[in-house]
Design a protein around this ligand. Sequence first.
Ligand code: SF4
Ligand code: SF4
Length: 97
Amino acid sequence: MSKMKAHPRPDMSQVPDNLCPIATIENPMLPGDWRAERPIVDRAKCVKCGICWIFCPVQCIVEKRAWFDVDYDTCKGCGICAVECPQNAIKMIEEVK
Ligand code: SF4
Ligand code: SF4
């Protein structure tokens, strides 16, 4: 019988209270590490209506002074914001690492 390789244990003092510790152990990456596409906001078109903020399933739309932008650490690249933006101000582009 083959011996299973021990999984490296994370420092649990670094895991935020609102995250499931099991999921954190199995997948310590942020969405920005594996996203296939990223949204780009055209600041000239954005009218700051907040629709993208309402529809984003992971709440990674952040408010700037004159437009709404994206937190690229937590954005998973689903594209919902681009579909829902009434101004067509968000386009999805391929993620390049
Ligand atoms: S939905 Fe479009 S226009 Fe509205 S805040 Fe988001 S990017 Fe700007
Ligand atoms: S692509 Fe998805 S996760 Fe990223 S900002 Fe848009 S709605 Fe949110």
